[in-house]
Design a protein around this ligand. Structure first.
Ligand code: PGA
Length: 247
């Protein structure tokens, strides 16, 4: 069995203008000689310029969402093909800010995953429970249900990752305990193997939600944690590199 190749991805969310490209360049420069797979997902407006700014380095670029269709009358949306054309090689899909803010269902997320594969992008598929769901003892049921519903069968054998992001830990400074993270990651792995057979053993399962340099070491070495999806702490190269070094 090949063990999952770790991935650390930074999600800049709706932050960043041309002035932020120097942060991406500082991350890219520090990656020389490391074997970690590291990505930054800037706003769509910056993907092409970021690709130019880090050209020739190991830093990967990703989008934060895409429309399922290739093109058409969808004002304001961006397709997977457009992200790939701009220089992205990955895309975050099903982030809780999209599921909650735009009513994205598992079925829609699965359609977007198909779009990403069609365009040659590697999807990072986000799942996670709310605080109410956790308090009701439903975290595992919710998360494994999202994995089953958001990952189309066509992912078998493709390169992708799942990001476990408890909604209550995103941007709050709160993080689950290590045993809580491990319990969910082990359940996600079991679901991936149930759905994809041996192919389900290789995708890394990232943890996301208030990851910072001070907690990265413990989180990244927890069972079945194969990397991190980092929001706030990915905006400054110094913080993001502190997380990458903990791998
Ligand atoms: P955070 O965000 O690291 O700022 O909590 C994580 C995410 O939403 O991907």
């Amino acid at each position: 069995m090949t063990s999952p190749t770790p991935l650390i991805a930074g999600n800049w969310k709706m932050n960043g203008t041309a002035a932020s490209l120097s942060e991406a360049q500082a991350v890219a420069a520090a990656l020389a000689g490391t074997s970690a797979r590291v990505a930054i997902c800037p706003p769509a407006t910056l993907v092409e310029r970021a690709a130019g700014a880090v050209k020739g380095t190991a830093l990967l670029l990703g989008g934060q969402d895409c429309r399922a269709e290739v093109s058409g009358a969808f004002t304001g949306d961006v397709s997977a093909e457009m992200l790939a054309d701009a220089g992205a090689s990955l895309v975050i899909l099903g982030h809780s800010e999209r599921r909650a803010g735009y009513g994205e269902t598992d079925a829609l997320v699965a359609a977007k995953v198909e779009a990403a594969l069609r365009a040659g992008l590697e999807p990072i598929i986000c799942v996670g429970e709310t605080l109410d769901e956790r308090k009701a003892g439903k975290a595992l049921e919710i998360v494994t249900g999202q994995v089953r519903g958001s990952l189309p069968a066509t992912l078998a054998g493709k390169t992708f990752s799942v990001a476990y992001e408890p909604v209550w830990a995103i941007g709050t400074g709160l993080t689950p305990t290590t045993p809580e993270i491990e319990e969910v990651h082990i359940a996600i792995r079991a679901t991936l193997v149930e759905v994809f057979g041996d192919h389900g053993k290789t995708p890394p399962i990232l943890y996301g939600g208030s990851v910072k340099p001070s907690n990265a070491d413990e989180i990244l070495h927890a069972a079945e944690v194969g990397g991190a999806l980092v929001g706030g702490a990915s905006l400054k190269a110094e913080d993001f590199l502190g997380i990458i070094k903990a791998l």
